[in-house]
Design a protein around this ligand. Structure first.
Ligand code: GLU
Length: 448
């Protein structure tokens, strides 16, 4: 391969992308990124009934959220003249032939074959039709669907993920490339576009391995160079269940709305089922450096969505303030206090949005929990004067200890409950100066 790679991600705009779709999108994008290559987003929208503009737009938005900005963009629906020309060439070469069977006829034949213990492969009966017979069928009102005539041979390739791979095309039915209504199935347009746009590497899920056997034959029938293929394992839930676009399983927009960082979703989507441990990798370049297609496992990539919380938390704990700033301001946290606030609460966050709740504890309404009013009054009595800093909590708790004799949990917990209304939370040495003396004093008095 002399030139830089050109890869593509080719979803059908028939639903929202989910985390399982993020895997091929990212594997392609990272492959190109690591090699100075380019990434094409191609919308496989030949299914006019199910493809929508809304889903097309959502795909671009969701990819952008993942950090993928395509270098090139194409829609199959804009390219039908090119597909038609290729179909004509295949027809002229006798590789694409008209068939007239109805679904019921095919099903009956299939059952008969199975009953005889034969593999249910299309018997090519349509190839034996004479011109007169075809004309008679068309006079009955039948319109043909078109099948590609496979060579009965094994197609072999060196797979980027699986190593030496092959498909025995003799055991496959001739695939239908054009439906009776004249529309294309994905198989032919994909090959034509890959060839015409100069795609160098086709990286996609292993559910396409059989298609590759067929598609290699189509590339060859069209006298086009065959790209390099790589078929990665698919993400499945822990019990081995596949992810379906139509079930809306963990859609990227759902994950975004739930407050997950794209870095967490990327790490889980890419590192699961690879040779690398699943861990939080913030940037695309670091992730690109880790991914080696030849080290991706052959076993299903089982993942647990719960892992997202841990990955997300780790990314946030290392997130510089500058990256969080805008989002904190959007939560209504005043700019003058946001940086100090971030430093204090950051270790307690799983999601950036959780900061809103801690800001309430700092500056909003809190219901103080006071079990022993005498203890709270004593604590108020020895509350240090301002200015407050990171040492104030220590000085105060020492003074309360001296005054009341309480220590350990019996000292700290009633103070935390009075000041925050909660049993858990950020380190009070940091929190206390943020809340400030007036509010702490009010809460110790049972007010907010
Ligand atoms: N539109 C196909 C799909 O979503 C593309 C598969 C491929 O990458 O060739 O499955």
């Amino acid at each position: 391969m002399t030139s830089a790679p050109l890869v593509r991600f080719a979803p059908s705009p028939t639903g929202f992308l989910h985390i399982g779709n993020a895997r091929p999108a990212l594997l392609n994008a990272l492959f190109a990124r690591a090699r100075g290559g380019r990434f094409l987003l191609r919308l496989d929208d030949t299914d006019r009934e199910r493809s929508t503009e809304e889903f097309a737009k959502a795909i671009e938005e969701d990819l952008a959220w993942l950090g993928i900005v395509p270098d090139l963009f194409a829609r199959q629906s804009d390219r039908s003249a090119i597909h038609d020309a290729a179909a004509e060439r295949l027809k002229a070469a006798g590789r694409l032939y008209p068939c007239y069977e109805t679904q019921e006829e095919l099903e009956r034949r299939r059952r008969r074959q199975l009953g005889r213990g034969q593999p249910p492969i299309y018997d090519r009966a349509a190839l034996g039709l004479s011109d007169d017979e075809r004309a008679a069928l068309e006079a009955e009102g039948r319109t043909p669907h078109w099948r590609f005539k496979l060579d009965a041979r094994t197609v072999a390739w060196d797979d980027l993920v699986r190593g030496p791979a092959h498909v025995d095309c003799a055991s496959l039915s001739d695939p239908v490339l054009i439906r009776a209504d004249g529309s294309y199935l994905y198989t032919l347009p994909s090959v034509v576009d890959d060839a015409e746009m100069g795609i160098t590497h086709v990286i996609r899920g292993e559910d396409h391995v059989t298609n590759t056997g067929v598609q290699v034959q189509i590339f060859e029938a069209l006298d086009q160079p065959v790209p390099i293929f790589g078929h990665h394992n698919l993400l499945t839930t822990a019990d081995g269940e596949g992810l379906s676009k139509r079930l809306g399983h963990l859609s990227l927009r759902g994950l975004r709305e739930a407050g997950y960082e794209p870095g967490a979703v990327r790490s889980l989507a890419v590192l699961t089922g690879s040779a690398e441990a699943v861990r939080a990798v913030p940037g695309l370049d670091d992730l690109a450096a880790l991914v080696d297609l030849s080290h991706i496992s052959r076993a299903p990539a089982k993942f647990d969505p719960q892992e997202l919380d841990g990955l997300n938390a780790r990314l946030i704990h290392a997130m510089p303030y500058d990256e969080a700033r805008e989002r904190l301001l959007a939560l209504g946290i005043p700019e003058a206090r946001a940086e100090a606030f971030w430093a204090v609460i950051q270790p307690n966050l799983t999601k950036v949005g959780d900061a809103a709740e801690w800001w309430r504890i700092v500056a909003g309404q809190v219901t103080p929990v006071i079990a022993d009013a005498g203890f709270a009054a004593a604590a108020l009595d020895v509350l240090p004067p301002e200015p407050w800093d990171g040492q104030t909590w220590k000085a105060w708790t020492n003074a309360v200890k001296e005054r009341t004799g309480a220590k350990g949990k019996a000292l700290f917990m009633p103070l935390r409950l009075a000041v925050t209304g909660l049993e858990h939370g950020p380190d009070l040495s940091g929190l206390l100066p943020l809340i400030g003396r007036d509010i702490v004093a009010a809460r110790l008095g049972g007010r907010d």
